[in-house]
Design a protein around this ligand. Structure first.
Ligand SMILES: [Zn+2]
Length: 423
């Protein structure tokens, strides 16, 4: 019976010769299961340096010494499970004394591979690292270390050689603090986060280019880039990706005009009390106003309020993007510019001049048809992860989460289908 149990666990753990399960201890009070793994006296191992004996096993190296180690494994039902083993060092005639890695864990980890796979599944499934740590009863620093390892390892193998269209946007760890820049592949088939890094200046674009090239990408292959109108990103992209045509992201253009409309309302409100409490009446569109907002809009739309005229300018600008070609849209954009700059509404004049300064990139959309909509969607996921985690302790943790959520990384871990005996 004893021997059968040991054989059962040997199979369950996927152990190959010479590894065997030598002892099993189960404590109901401590809610703990402990397994001792061992190799028989006289066992020989393949040299990790030269692979001596790897093919036929005849030439393997003898054990020099060993040291006791413990690994945390998947819970056995509600019982914490620990594996103990002596990790051998062999003596190779060519390479001297070398540590042999055990097959159930990666070097230096205190967890088994299956435990690490389980943690990754939890976090990718929407748990915060702190929640996952709580579930398995470990400090979250250990969980973060695992996440960072797999992100780094899988990013090292990622291939960016096909990337031709990129998008960049920024997000922050806390509102207004610790910005990171996120670069995306905008190809609809492989859309994913390529790179995330601290900062939001021209230096971040340079760092992205280096990373892209380290993954087989080529700067001169980047034909299209989507961004907001930030001067740092514009300068960075022009310098590092001279072949790329810049498209200013629609979401950010509409935000520019929305902010201008809001400023008009705030300036007008002191002399026009009917504008009180109407902020969203002007920021929304015909199709998404509530009933009450529609009523207020209809009451005020024929007035001479600057807010009403500014709102009209905003929606006409938005409607330009329904045209199917730059030939049709550009003359209308010129008319719009004339209208806005002659409106005598300072915030609208200012916004129109910003559009004028970015003219080519505003119109590029009619050719490239790219937007950072996907990035905005990812940003939504990041914000939600941030809320759940009540912020991240470091920028590095935030970038790790970004890759986990949107990097489409291949972690090369044991199939989690085996993880069926865990609560
Ligand atoms: Zn060797």
């Amino acid at each position: 019976m004893r021997g059968q149990m040991q054989e059962l666990f040997r199979v369950a753990l996927g152990l190959a010769t010479p590894w065997v399960v030598s002892k099993i201890e189960f404590s109901e009070e401590q809610r703990q299961l402990e397994l001792w793994l061992d190799f028989p006296a006289g066992s020989r191992f393949v040299c990790p340096e030269c692979g001596r004996g790897g093919r036929d096993g005849r030439d393997e190296c003898g054990v020099y010494d060993s040291s006791e180690r413990t690994w945390r494994h998947l819970n056995f039902f509600e019982h914490k499970t620990l594996l103990h083993a002596r990790q051998p060092r062999i003596e190779c005639p060519d390479h001297g004394v070398k540590t042999v890695e055990v097959p159930w864990s990666r070097p230096g980890s205190g967890f088994t591979l299956l435990m690490e796979a389980f943690i990754l599944v939890l976090v990718r499934g929407g748990m915060t690292p702190t929640q996952a740590a709580g579930l398995i009863g470990e400090h979250d620093t250990r969980v973060w270390r695992i996440l960072q390892h797999y992100v780094e390892q899988s990013r090292a193998a990622a291939d960016f050689s096909e990337v031709t269209a990129i998008g960049v946007d920024e997000t922050s760890r806390r509102r207004g603090h610790n910005y990171i820049s996120v670069f995306m592949d905008l190809d609809s088939e492989h859309s994913r986060v390529l790179f995330a890094t601290e900062g939001k200046d021209a230096g971040t674009v340079r760092a992205f280019k280096q990373d892209l090239e380290a993954h087989g990408g080529r700067a001169e292959q980047i034909e299209e880039a989507c961004l907001d109108m930030s001067a740092a990103f514009i300068a960075g992209l022009r310098a590092q990706f001279p072949e790329a045509q810049l498209t200013f992201d629609n979401f950010h253009l509409m935000k520019l005009l929305g902010d201008a409309v809001d400023r008009v309302r705030r300036e007008e409100q002191p002399t026009h009390p009917e504008l009180k409490g109407t902020r969203y009446v002007w920021l929304k569109n015909d199709w998404n106003r509530t009933e009450k907002q529609t009523r207020i809009f209809d009451e005020l739309r024929s007035s001479k309020l600057a807010t009403v005229r500014a709102t009209h300018m905003r929606s006409v600008f938005q409607d330009l993007f329904a045209y199917d070609s730059v030939e049709k849209a550009e003359p209308l954009l010129k008319q719009w510019y004339f209208w806005a700059t002659h409106s005598r509404i300072p915030p609208m004049i200012k916004a129109a001049k910003t559009i004028k300064r970015h003219w080519a990139g505003v119109l590029r959309w009619f050719t490239s048809r790219i937007s950072n909509g996907l990035l905005e969607a990812i940003n939504g996921l990041i914000q939600s992860a941030k809320r759940k985690a009540r912020g991240f302790r470091s920028t590095r943790y935030l970038t790790t989460m970004v890759y986990l959520i949107a990097g489409k990384l291949d972690f090369k871990l044991p199939a989690i289908a085996q993880v069926t005996h865990t609560k």
